[in-house]
Ligand binder design. Sequence first.
Ligand SMILES: N[C@@H](CCC(=O)N[C@@H](CS)C(=O)NCC(=O)O)C(=O)O
Length: 223
Amino acid sequence: MEQLELVSFKLCPFVQRSVITLLYKDVPFKLTYIDLANRPEWFRRLSPLGKVPLLKVGERAVLFESAVINEYLDETTPPPLHPQDPLARAINRAWIEFGSACLMDLYRFTTAADAPAYEEQRQALTDKMRRLEEGVAPAPYFNGPKFSLVDAALAPLLMRLDLLNRTHQFFDPSEFPRLVAWTRALTDLEAVRDSVVPDFAPLYLDFLRTRRGHFATFLPAGT
Ligand SMILES: N[C@@H](CCC(=O)N[C@@H](CS)C(=O)NCC(=O)O)C(=O)O
């Protein structure tokens, strides 16, 4: 198989989706980190939207957009992680898209400038979490006993919600029993645990401190 190289930013939840998929499938790949605040020239040239992830497929192509990258990885490496049934697959794709919208809400929530904006974004995010709670019946994964691409796509969101809520409680976990169970099943997986750098939690919290949003006022002083 051609060399796969994933271009990443250490804290990016979208790249993490592909790292989970690659680790779960045990596919060898190279991970190259860039600093988004100081994008190298070669990255600017390669990335049409200026965003990570990028997946370099040998010398043949550079793919962008995490959902597209994951579908390509799924079509080219075993085992298949999308349901066989076209309707089930479409439902999974819809929730992957929903997961992307949640990640954008999470970013707005963690960077909202003041208390009113924070509360507005908290409502928007928890409203989406309620939708997700209703849309999922983890047993233990989205589609039942089999881990799927939709799990790989939602795991980065769920682990961040869990980490942030442990740091400063902004939602009541007892309102989201299905999400809590799903999060636990996902974070128990080696592919999910190993999909972030070992010092992910302090790095993420430090990153949020540098954003100086209202959420950062709840964080303990950093190192
Ligand atoms: N829709 C894209 C979103 C990717 C994305 O927003 N990546 C962020 C980092 S987590 C990024 O590169 N941001 C740089 C920018 O927006 O300029 C995907 O699913 O791949």
